[in-house]
Ligand binder design. Structure first.
Ligand SMILES: C=C(O[C@@H]1C=C(C(=O)O)C=C[C@H]1O)C(=O)O
Length: 182
């Protein structure tokens, strides 16, 4: 019979479900969605650049925080933890926006040539917000596990590698994940 490196069927059957529900499997989507949300920060910055629109928009932040708290309640999840995590998401987006504004101020030839429609970008942000609320709602045990922080760090490191994040987005990703654990 040919030799095979494939695991025996029984082994495979028992390993897969455990991995699917491991704390890492619960936390990694949070980091991945945070990176996707941060990528919208580039579009927001491009939408605001040269328009006089401030990076900080407290009214919009209020809408985002109220909306995610309500979505968390509907899912039977913790609205306070959800809001805490989203405050960090918002801070992280502003780190990206401020960083890009500095870059474009210093060298206007690097500024975006096209201006995206901020309302369209916010629709994409709303979609990601919903996905993030669901990932938060699905991860209460992983987020309170004692080894949550190292798992989040590993998730962020892998995403940095996969998405080829630059220093600005790497710093912002860490900021976005600051209060996921605990
Ligand atoms: C992303 C934006 O910029 C900032 C960040 C926000 C966010 O991350 O949701 C919300 C409002 C702004 O303070 C925006 O204006 O939409």
């Amino acid at each position: 019979a040919p030799l095979s490196a494939a695991p025996a069927p029984a082994e495979r059957a028992s390993a897969a479900p455990a991995a699917a529900h491991s704390p890492y499997a619960r936390l990694r989507p949070l980091a991945a969605l945070s990176a996707e949300r941060l990528a919208t920060g580039d579009l927001v910055a491009a939408a605001k650049w040269g328009t006089g629109s401030p990076i900080d928009d407290p009214a919009r932040e209020r809408v985002v925080l109220d909306s995610v708290a309500e979505q968390a309640r509907r899912l039977g999840a913790d609205p306070e933890a959800t809001v805490r995590i989203f405050r960090d998401q918002i801070e992280a987006s502003k780190i990206v926006q401020r960083g890009l504004f500095r870059e474009w101020d210093a060298d206007p030839s690097r500024a975006p040539a096209e201006r995206p429609d901020l309302n369209e970008v916010r629709k994409e942000i709303n979609r990601l917000n919903g996905a993030l609320v669901r990932a938060i709602a699905a991860s209460p045990q992983a987020r309170s596990a004692p080894y949550c922080a190292p798992l989040v760090t590993v998730s962020a490191a892998r995403i940095r590698y996969e998405r080829h994040l630059d220093p600005l987005h790497t710093v912002a990703l860490a900021r976005s994940l600051r209060s996921v654990c605990g």
